[in-house]
Design a protein around this ligand. Structure first.
Ligand code: FES
Ligand code: FE2
Length: 353
């Protein structure tokens, strides 16, 4: 059965989902932004404000972004670098090192114990991506379970970002994820994508953990998903056995990826309210693609159009859910990937009050 309509509309239910999201490993960025000591990324994650930094010892550390004095945010949102390897609160000047520990010479003046620190968060790096979770969470690998085998076969260590875009969608976050979980809408929503990777050639892949997978075969004569269908000399990312197939993977709940022969799409879903979602959409290529004749335009154009098509359809779905006071109809068999997402969601929600 589909999830109740109220789960897409009511802020009280959204608050419960946020509590669930705050318990899990969530993707926040890519390690290429944190190469140098002092580099940081500060972002909103499941309603919290989290900073990941590269410390003086070149380790990764993560903590909540709120000063120990009166909780002023310390970092600007986005990526940056603290050359002095410390951060000073803009309100009354309390200073912290990049492990989040308060400056020993200032602690007493703020009535803080020496060694007090910004509340830490767990951080893990996999395939070059950075993930955070609460400090008492299970290890990433134990929490996530089996990973898509195509991740292990692909050259993800070589990823370099081609483009990042952030956009707002006037729809519940679950509609964005469910839309990713089925290709039965291609014919109606994405006629161009249907030509390149027809929905009838799609399958769902069960991995048994927090990853859900799906595959689509490329149509004959199509080298990659781009407005011209051509790879234009860009090096492959996918393993030799995987180059006629598009491999989708959702890391429940909020990270969607799509491995194409020569690039990786990454969508980070950030729920903002019951009816509002922020999406950070990135396109990564093999690092060796970035030479003089690199021309990603046909890829970018294609996904500009396709992402806009998805945005429009989920916004229409949100309008219908809000405006028509009836429960959604039953799923059909090609929506097994949506059913799998809903089941993970219900199970995750059963663990929170
Ligand atoms: S709030 Fe940070 S020093 Fe006062
Ligand atoms: Fe779509």
């Amino acid at each position: 059965m589909p999830l109740p309509r109220a789960w897409y509309l009511e802020e009280a239910h959204f608050a419960r989902e946020l509590r669930m999201l705050q318990q899990r490993w969530l993707m926040v960025g890519h390690s290429s932004d944190l190469k140098l000591p002092g580099a940081y990324l500060c972002t909103q994650v499941a309603g919290r404000r989290i900073v990941v930094v590269r410390t003086a010892k070149l380790e990764l550390a993560a903590f909540y972004d709120g000063c120990l004095h009166r909780r002023t945010a310390l970092f600007d949102e986005g990526c940056g670098r603290k050359l002095e390897l410390s951060v000073t609160c803009p309100y009354h000047g309390l200073r912290f090192d990049l492990d989040g520990v308060v400056d020993g010479s200032m602690a007493a003046a703020f009535n803080l114990e020496a060694g007090s620190r910004l509340p830490p968060v767990r951080v893990a790096e996999r395939w070059g991506f950075l993930f955070v979770a609460p400090i008492d969470a299970l290890d990433f690998d134990a929490a996530v379970g089996p990973v898509p085998p195509w991740f292990e076969r692909a050259e993800l260590a070589m990823l370099r970002r081609g483009r990042a875009q952030t956009y707002e969608v006037k729809a519940n976050w679950k509609l964005c994820v469910q839309n990713f979980q089925e290709s039965h809408h291609f014919r109606w929503v994405h006629p161009a994508l249907e030509q390149l990777s027809p929905a009838r050639e799609s399958t769902s892949v069960s991995l048994g953990g927090q990853f859900l997978g799906g595959t689509m075969e490329l149509a004959q004569g199509v080298e990659t998903v781009a407005s011209n269908g051509q790879r234009e000399g860009r090096p492959f990312l996918a393993a030799a056995s995987d180059r006629r197939t598009v491999f989708d993977a959702l890391l429940f709940p909020c990270w969607m990826t799509s491995l194409q022969p020569d690039y990786l799409l990454s969508y980070r879903i950030e729920p903002r309210s019951a009816g509002q979602t922020r999406i950070c959409a990135e396109i990564y290529f093999h690092g060796a693609a970035f030479h003089k004749s690199f021309s990603p335009t046909a890829v970018y154009d294609f996904w500009d159009r396709t992402n806009a098509e998805d945005r429009r359809i989920v916004e229409l779905q949100q309008l219908g859910l809000a405006g028509a006071p009836f429960e959604p109809g039953p799923y059909v068999s090609s929506e097994d990937g949506v059913v799998a997402f809903d089941a993970l969601l219900e199970s995750a929600l059963s663990e929170v009050a």
